[in-house]
Ligand binder design. Structure first.
Ligand code: SF4
Length: 221
């Protein structure tokens, strides 16, 4: 097998194909919300953030420059989908948050998505669970290398206690809701997420992957 057909490269090619198809969802959801895809990404970044985000945080989250983020925020402001408020903890700082109309637009956008659901629907439930864990590992790697900012996933959350229970189906624990859960319920964008410090994140990942624990729930199904 030659290098250009390596497993890694073929997986990357597959991800590119899926990403291309899923961009149709981005356009459909943006249209449903009455915005363009760049503005849609800002709305998505703000969803579930009660205190909102500073402009630099939005830019970092989306991997764009602050002027680009500001352009999108200005457009959303004119449409009444976001508002700016002085930060209660820092009067020099402004935070951007969704308005009720912005939340409605997000709901309409979510309802318009279908391509991603079709693709995932091609997988059996156990395959979907394996893919969820694989995606968590890939996203974490990109976070650790600084390629993308910390995402609101369990594995970077200070409330996450991996493999805390003997229950093979629900080995993990969330201290926020004080409940056990399995790897199939790992969150990708949890509104209650609180970023753990780097040392805790490293220890959490080690505990999550220890002794094949990552796949513990799957092996029991
Ligand atoms: S608060 Fe959310 S992200 Fe954190 S461990 Fe609980 S479910 Fe996971």
């Amino acid at each position: 097998m030659t290098a250009d057909t390596s497993l890694s490269l073929r997986i990357q090619m597959g991800l590119e194909r899926v990403a291309t198809a899923m961009r149709a969802d981005d356009w459909a959801s943006a249209r449903a919300a009455g915005v363009n895809p760049a503005q849609m990404a800002v709305l998505a970044a703000l969803e579930g953030r009660g205190r909102g985000l500073a402009v630099r945080e939005i830019a970092s989250q989306l991997g764009v420059s602050q002027p680009s983020a500001t352009d999108s925020i200005n457009a959303l402001d004119r449409k009444g989908l976001v508002l700016r408020q002085r930060d209660a903890d820092d009067a020099r700082s402004v935070r951007v948050m969704l308005t009720p109309a912005g939340s409605d637009a997000m709901a309409a956008a979510q309802a318009a998505r279908s391509v991603g659901g079709q693709a995932v629907g091609a997988l059996a439930v156990d395959q979907q669970q394996d893919m969820l864990v694989a995606l968590v590992a890939m996203i974490r790697k990109l976070q650790d290398s600084g390629t993308i900012p910390i995402q609101r996933m369990c594995v970077s959350c200070r409330h996450f206690r991996p493999n805390a229970h003997a229950d093979a189906l629900r080995p993990h624990h969330c201290t926020f809701v004080d409940a056990a859960f399995g790897s199939q319920d790992l969150r990708m964008d949890c509104h209650e997420h609180e970023t753990a410090d780097p040392a805790t994140r490293a220890a959490t990942w080690a505990a999550f992957t220890a002794d094949g624990g990552t796949l513990q729930a799957q092996t029991e199904r």
